[in-house]
Design a protein around this ligand. Structure first.
Ligand code: SF4
Length: 381
């Protein structure tokens, strides 16, 4: 297969105002003192890595976190300038920034457009202020409304809202109001995630002590079916297990992850996948800055992805997409012998009505959407 010459870039901003009760992302509050050192370190990492990939064109950039919008806009601008100076970026590149509604101002929204962002992703999570407080979020529903207004006023037309269901104490009405709010505000993309209680979070600890209200699994599933129908009726395409977009507004950057395309990650805890190697950076932002200052790459772990593993990943990631994976494409890339190894697994999952074929695409059935974790597990090497 010809080498993919397009590249996605992820920049991790590991700062938050406060840690939410359910969050296990590599993000930290109270590190304002290192904002500038961190920015300089990221720019230096970009300068060091870019020359190895001068044959590639960047067509997606994603600033995620953490909360990129807590970093002063001039720091974001410095990082973007460094990317522009060191990479070839295509004119129609999708350039996204994640925004916490509690951290946005009109000046920041204007600055983001000037810097070149053309897609904004807002972490709304819920329209219920009680639930937001309980989750430890810093914003309110009103702040979300103001955030959308500021972004639209600054010229953003491509806006995502992140929303969460299956939250302890959340009712069906809370959920419906949340989804109805994002529709009313005219976003073009919705990421609807089911909450997982992750180890190391305050909610995990509460749960272990039996102090976190339980989530009714049937209600959680009902919320999922409801959002699928609601967004479909509103003209959104359900294109990935948790993602919905108005036609043409699918997140091109995230599609790279689900189709195993190359991407580079900059900043602490950022992951990269390029030339069949997957690697991740030092998680702690101070250690990350220290490693860069010493003139060493801040890589914490790396792994070569051989053909067998790559094929297994192509199934697992590709089956996140509602349209599924093309067996013809996989056969062209990996050969029919390699693919044969999965014949039995596919037959078994089709027999259980968890997978089905549509033309040459293998995809999850609606029952399969409910048992996606079990389906993916069958494709593990
Ligand atoms: S704002 Fe996002 S990244 Fe920051 S603590 Fe909350 S959930 Fe985690």
């Amino acid at each position: 297969m010809l080498k993919d010459k397009t590249l996605g870039i992820y920049v991790h901003i590991p700062f938050c105002i406060r840690k939410c009760n359910y969050c296990d992302f590599p993000s930290y509050p109270g590190l304002d003192a290192i904002f500038r050192d961190y920015t300089r370190a990221v720019c230096r990492e970009i300068e060091t890595v870019a020359s190895k990939h001068s044959d590639m064109t960047v067509d997606t950039i994603f600033f995620g976190g953490g909360t990129p919008s807590v970093l002063p806009a001039d720091c974001i601008s410095d990082i973007m300038n460094s990317l522009s100076a060191n990479f070839e970026i295509s004119e129609d590149a999708e350039i996204s920034i994640e925004i916490n509604p509690g951290t946005i101002t009109g000046e920041k929204a204007e600055a983001y457009r000037k810097i070149g962002f053309n897609r904004a992703s807002i972490g709304l999570q819920s329209a219920s202020n009680n639930l937001l407080r309980f989750m430890g979020r810093i914003h309110t529903e009103e702040m979300f409304e103001e955030c959308v207004k500021l972004l639209k006023g600054s010229g953003f037309h491509n806006i995502n809202a992140d929303v969460i269901f299956g939250v302890p104490t959340q009712t069906m009405e809370d959920w419906q109001e949340t989804v109805e709010l994002v529709l009313e505000k005219g976003v073009t993309h919705v990421s609807a995630y089911s909450l997982k209680i992750e180890e190391g979070t305050p909610w995990h600890e509460l749960n272990e002590r039996g102090k976190l209200p339980a989530v009714d699994e049937d209600l959680e599933r009902e919320m999922y079916y409801w959002v699928i129908k609601k967004l479909k009726d509103a003209g959104f395409r359900h294109y990935e297990i948790s993602n919905f977009a108005k036609p043409g507004f699918e997140c091109r950057h995230n599609l790279k992850y689900w189709t195993n395309r190359p991407y580079l990650g900059f900043g602490s805890a950022a992951h990269s996948y390029i030339d069949d190697v997957r690697y991740s950076n030092e998680e702690n932002p101070c250690e990350y800055i220290g490693r860069i200052a010493e003139g060493v790459l801040p890589v914490a772990s790396s792994e070569y992805i051989g053909a067998e593993e790559k094929l297994s990943e192509r199934f697992i990631l590709g089956l996140r997409l509602v349209e599924g994976v093309s067996l013809k494409d996989l056969e062209r890339e990996f050969g029919s012998e390699a693919l044969k190894k999965y014949d039995e697994t596919i037959r078994m999952l089709v027999g259980k009505n968890l997978l089905c074929f549509e033309n040459d695409m293998l995809r999850l059935t609606s029952l399969g959407l409910d048992f996606a974790n079990q389906v993916w597990a069958e494709f593990l090497m």
